[in-house]
Structures are given as C-alpha cells and as structure tokens.
Design a protein around this ligand. Structure first.
Ligand code: ADP
Ligand code: MG
Length: 481
C-alpha cells in the first residue's frame, strides 16, 4: 500500500522586542529565574496588559513579507487552560481575528524544484513560563520549579496550510520561515534558546485519495534534524497502524531525540475546550494605513525577490540562487565578490562550490569565513587573467582557507603561476614525445585516447601549471608529426 504524508506546521517564533508583549519586563535570555517577570507576567489580580507596539510592527512586517492581507482590526482572545507555568489560567492569543491573513512562500527543494506553500494565518500571542525539573527529574524525589521569565514573551505563531508532502518539504519550509524571520530582522531565530519552535501536524492518506487522514501533532521541535526524524518516525508508526487495520488517534505527541521516537502526550483537545473569548482587558488592534506603510517601507529586499533577481541578472539556477540567498550575510558576500571581480557566474560557482563545502565541513557561518569576499574576488581575478588555471586555483583556495594569505601571496610563495610561455611548453612536449615513441605511434594509428596520456604527462611535468588550452593546441600540432 502506498501512503502519502500530509504535513502542516505551526511555527512559534519569538519576536525580537526588548520588552514583553503586554508588560515592560525584559525579554533577554539567560537571566536568573523569575528576575524578569513583573506583576503582569505573574498574573497578579488587578493588573492590566498594555500592548507592545514593536510586536505589532514585527507581525505586520512578516505579513507583508509573505504577501498576506494585514487585518485592519484584530482581536486578542483568552485561551483558557490550567498549567503550573501559566499563572493567569489563560494565555492571551488571537483566535477568530488574527493580525496576518493568508500568504505564501516558495521553497526550493534539493533537486532544484520550486514549490509554493500556503500560510493560513499568523497571529500574536504571549509565551508561557517554564517548568524546571531538578536533576532532570520530576515527581518523587526531584523538585520542580517554575521560571516565569519567559511568561509574556511575544510570539508570532505562523500556521501553514497542509501543503507539505514529505519530511524534506517540511524541513525546507521550516528553514524558509527561519531564513525569512531572520532576514527581515523580526526574530533572532535562535533554536537553542527556544526562539523558534515547530509543532508538526501529520497524517497519511492513500495515494490518489482526496480526503485527509487523521493527524497527530508533534509538539515543540527545536531543530531541523529533529523535525526530519520525528516526521520520519511518525510516518512509519502511522503506516504500521493503518496497514494493520487500525486507526490513527488524533493526539499530541512528543519527540524524544535520545530514543528517536515519538510518544503520546495527550489526546488532542478541541478548540472549544479552551473556551476562547475576546480579552476584555485589551482593545482590538486597529491599524491605520500609515502604520502598515511605514512597517513595509522598513523591510529590506526580500529573499524570494532577491533569488529571482539573481537568476535573471546572473543566469543562475534556482538551487544556486537559493543557496546564495540563504541569509542576508550570504547574499551580501556574493554580491560583494561579484562586483569586486566582475565575474558573477564565477563568484557564484566558487561560493556554492568550494566555499560552501569548506564552510560546511568546518561548521561555520559565512560571516566567520576565513576567506572574505575581497579575498575570493582576488583569487577569481587571477583565474580570469590567466595567472593560474582553474585547477591550481583550488589549491590556492585551500591555502587561503588555511590562513596563508591572499591569492597573490600564495601564488608567489608556492610558485604556482601558470606557464604560458609557448617555448617552455614546447620544450616539455618535445621531451615527452621523444621519451614515448610507442604512444606516439598508437596515437598516429588513430588511438585518440592516448592523447589524454600526453596531456597528463605535460601536466605532471609542469606540476599542473602549464596552460591547458596551450598544451592541447601544441600537443595536437606536434603529434601530427
Ligand atoms: P487546530 O486548530 O486544531 O490547531 P488547525 O486547523 O489550526 O488545527 O491546523 C493546525 C495545523 O495542522 C495546520 O498547520 C494545518 O495545516 C495542519 N493540518 C490540519 N489538518 C491536517 C491533516 N489532516 N493532516 C496534516 N496536517 C493537518
Ligand atoms: Mg492550532
């Protein structure tokens, strides 16, 4: 039986405001427990929330970045539930009237294909606090404390359509949203610190079937690798259930990275369990056109637009253009390299090739690259003006990466300059021809393959430095006899 996964993600991204969404307490990460929680965050009686304009502006910017309608009027609602880290007994969120309506983003998959993913809505809400289990234990023996520093931290919850069809697509989409929120500067996206968390909804249906199956929701995934693994596990688990004639139960599950499995947490609650109602303490958010226009104006060129521009201007394909726009730092590096060396295609090849591989291997961000844009441009110029061949350039790049200086320094220090002196190349060729009469005979008898042998010999003798075009031309002429 062939089963097709259907996946939709709910992503919580922390908005990078200095203070909380409804109070003046700081949002900075890492403070001692309960030192950044004021009376509002603690849910004391008689206090009133005051909306942080910075959170609203960031939500609007996200909406504009995905081409969504911004609601001129949105409403905060109380989502009622009990949990020790939620002292008010409700979370302030948005329900019926979210601030951001339907939008979309493009994802580029590993094979270079492009898919548009719908975003249903995005809404503002406050985060809850955190239970801290002593020694990682809770219950008998261990103590559990509550840290309310996180309570009231502004979140934007971004809900996708169930448009994703594989773990790889889900990861590409999550990466896309992560790229976008960092690109426009509304969130630091720090996954270790919990600033970017994913809930993954997944169901299976028979290939060709229209109707969706029953889904499970895997909560609070904080890495792209875990997202991939959790979904892979869940596909296998649901497949087993369905193939054995069972039914999938709609429930919330937790991914355990140590065991690489998902486990049931609770059966899924329905919206009416939360008794949503408009929060009487907060006025509706009414946005005027000027506010929206200003927030929009402050946006930089967006990644999809930039990717298309790179494709149009430099003739790059989707995959390369996507890699070059994976972050603003990366895009900046590419544009700087391209403008300094005047060779955009070469710059793109080097960055998506040797540089990306080296960064990957060293687990470095582009900003920490030991070879900066000006240095890479310097190397490309030396290929362009024939000082070195493309092959030798790889060697020069490695030396630059290892900190041996700029391209010119490395070329001079190692004597890597290309040999373009016709006389010198001819001398080498003459000697090789004289030393290999048998191969000369074979070549002249029509064995074309032997030509490669001669090229190899010249390259070996010149330590890879002979200009390949000249070697080819001179060899052809001389071998003719
Ligand atoms: P809820 O209100 O229960 O959270 P939503 O309708 O808001 O449910 O959907 C939550 C997420 O689940 C969305 O990202 C949506 O795309 C996804 N989703 C909904 N139905 C399915 C399904 N049958 N299979 C997979 N994902 C689904
Ligand atoms: Mg939901």
């Amino acid at each position: 039986m062939q089963w097709e996964p259907v996946i939709g993600l709910e992503i919580h991204t922390q908005l990078a405001t200095q203070s909380k969404i409804f109070s003046g307490a700081a949002t900075a990460f890492g403070a001692a427990p309960n030192t950044q929680a004021c009376a509002v965050d603690l849910g004391f009686p008689g206090v009133l929330p005051v909306l942080n304009e910075g959170a609203v502006r960031r939500a609007v910017q996200f909406g504009r970045a995905i081409g969504a309608e911004i609601a001129p009027r949105s409403v905060f609602a109380r989502k009622n539930y009990f949990y020790p880290d939620l002292p008010k007994g409700y979370q302030i969120s948005q329900y019926e009237l979210p601030i951001v309506g339907r939008g979309e983003v493009e994802i580029v998959l590993d094979d270079g294909s492009v898919k548009t993913i719908g975003i249903t809505r995005a809404h503002l809400e406050e985060d809850a606090g955190k239970s801290v289990h002593e020694d990682g234990r809770s219950g008998a023996g261990g103590m559990t404390g509550i840290d309310l520093n996180r309570a009231g931290t502004p979140l934007l919850e971004i809900v996708s359509e169930p448009d994703l069809r594989s773990p790889a697509e889900a990861v590409a989409y999550a990466r896309k949203i992560h790229q976008l929120v960092r690109w426009i500067g509304i969130s630091d996206g720090n996954m270790q610190e919990g600033s970017f968390r994913v809930d993954a909804n997944i169901s299976l249906r028979r290939k060709g079937e229209e109707r969706f199956g029953t889904r499970t929701e895997i909560k609070n995934i904080n890495s792209f690798r875990f997202l991939q693994k959790a979904l892979e596990f869940e596909i296998e688990r649901q497949t087993d259930v369905l193939e054995n004639g069972g039914t999938v139960i709609q429930e919330t599950r937790l991914y355990d990275a140590d065991k690489d499995e998902t486990r049931s947490m609770r059966t899924k609650e329905e919206a009416n369990d939360y008794r949503y109602f408009p929060d009487p303490d907060l006025l509706p958010v009414e946005l005027d056109d000027a506010f929206i226009a200003q927030a929009t104006e402050d946006l930089p060129e967006l990644p999809d637009a930039m990717r298309h521009r790179f494709m149009d201007t430099y003739g790059l394909n989707d995959a390369d253009a996507a890699l070059l726009t994976s972050s603003r730092a990366m895009a900046g590096y590419f544009e700087q390299t391209a403008s300094l060396c005047g060779e955009a295609r070469q710059a793109a090849n080097w960055i998506t090739g040797a540089l990306a591989a080296a960064l990957n291997k060293a687990n470095l961000e582009i900003a920490a690259s030991p070879v900066d844009a000006a240095q890479l441009a310097g190397l490309i110029k030396r290929i362009q003006d024939n000082t070195i061949s493309g092959k030798i350039a790889k060697q020069v790049f490695e030396a630059m990466w290892a900190g041996e200086g700029a391209a010119d320094q490395v070329i001079a220090a190692k004597g890597l300059e290309q040999i373009t002196d016709t006389g010198a190349i001819e001398a080498m060729i003459d000697a090789i021809i004289a030393a290999n009469p048998q191969q000369v005979e074979q070549y002249r008898a029509g064995k074309e393959k032997v030509f490669g042998f001669f090229v190899g010999q010249v390259m070996k003798q010149s330590q890879g430095k002979a200009n390949p075009q000249q070697v080819n031309a001179l060899l052809r002429a001389k071998l003719k006899g």
